[in-house]
Design a protein. Structure first.
Length: 323
């Protein structure tokens, strides 16, 4: 049986790959995409979601979300994702148009309509989710779970302790954490366990037809940024992990524990995860990702994107292990 999902995102290069995977995974039924301000502004993330869907040849409704965080000022990550959020490769606009309903209202409507059935995957700042919770908590209780890319255990990428998505709107994360839905957090400590290399994107370009060429082209500047900022030869497919875990929860090992969010000061945006149970009187509100099955996650990405090229992928893997 397929799992019904909604993807809340801020495309964003790695969000774009996550959209492809959510569209293509046979384990998932992607009901809709909601956009949020994050990597770039809301006009651009909404436009980008539509562009990516067009490139993926998919017709999925897109709902525009919040244009700024609940309390914090606007901040964008265009140095990593390019000014247009998709690596600056001059993409044609999509023919598909966004829906008129707002993202929070769509989340509310779907929470009511499909009570207990939808997994909400968030791979951007959690502003839409928090606004929907504040507006109609009863409807939002109708979600089966939240799987969220954000935060981390003992690591940060925008400050030494904070991850970008959670740092942009920490008040929203706090609301979502305290709301009490089953919550899986996939932070930097797990997303950084997998790197996609320039060779991986070369493989996609060679075997993956127009889609492979598109995915490969938008990642070039993103790969350059990873080299500039972290000395990586390749990039981290953060957002894809959340989609992969929705499709196959066995890809990560988790610890069930209390997580709180620091909203201000030196630790703003830090997900404070009590993995060793130091606060044993606090509710265990989050399944915190700790370890990824790296090989199976890579397999998920390649076989979901290009199921018809499984043989070529096997050949590529054999080549890699012979090096
Ligand atoms: C997260 O921040 C964004 O830049 C990426 O799209 C990802 O969601 C990683 O910290
Ligand atoms: Ca993102």
């Amino acid at each position: 049986m397929t799992k019904k999902v909604i993807l809340d995102c801020d495309p964003g290069v790695d969000d774009a790959l996550a959209i492809f995977l959510a569209v293509r995974s046979p384990a998932l039924e992607l009901l809709g995409i909601t956009t949020v301000n994050g990597n770039v502004g809301i006009d651009q993330t909404t436009k980008n979601a539509l562009i990516v869907l067009e490139q993926a040849n998919a017709s999925v409704p897109v709902y525009r979300g919040m244009k700024q965080p609940l309390e914090k000022p606007l901040y964008s990550s265009s140095d990593i994702h390019g000014k247009d959020g998709l690596g600056g490769v001059n993409l044609p606009e999509s023919e598909q148009k966004e829906e008129s309903l707002s993202a929070p209202d769509y989340l509310i409507e779907m929470g009511r309509k499909h009570k207990g059935q939808i997994t909400l995957i968030t791979v951007g700042p959690m502003t839409n989710v928090a606004v929907a919770i504040q507006k109609d908590p009863e409807a939002m209780k109708g979600y089966k779970e939240i799987i969220s890319m954000g935060g981390g255990v003992g690591t940060g990428n925008i400050t030494p302790v904070a991850e970008f998505n959670y740092w942009v709107d920490p008040e929203a994360v706090k609301i979502a954490l305290e709301f009490g839905l089953p919550f899986t957090m996939l932070g930097l400590n797990v997303t950084h366990q997998t790197i996609l290399t320039p060779n991986d994107f070369h493989f996609m370009r060679i075997v993956g037809g127009n889609e492979g060429k598109f995915i490969s082209s938008i990642h070039q500047a993103y790969i350059d940024a990873y080299w500039r900022y972290g000395g990586y030869m390749g990039c981290v497919p953060h957002d894809s992990l959340a989609v992969a875990v929705a499709a196959d929860p066995t890809l990560v090992e988790t610890v069930h524990c209390h997580v709180d969010m620091a909203t201000d000061g030196l630790t703003r945006g830090q997900s404070v995860a009590d993995v060793l149970n130091a606060w044993n009187d606090k509710p265990k509100n989050v399944h915190v990702g700790m370890k990824v099955d790296r090989e199976r996650f890579r397999d998920f990405i390649f076989t979901t994107l290009f199921p018809e090229h499984e043989q070529a992928y096997i050949q590529y893997k054999a080549f890699l292990s012979s090096q």
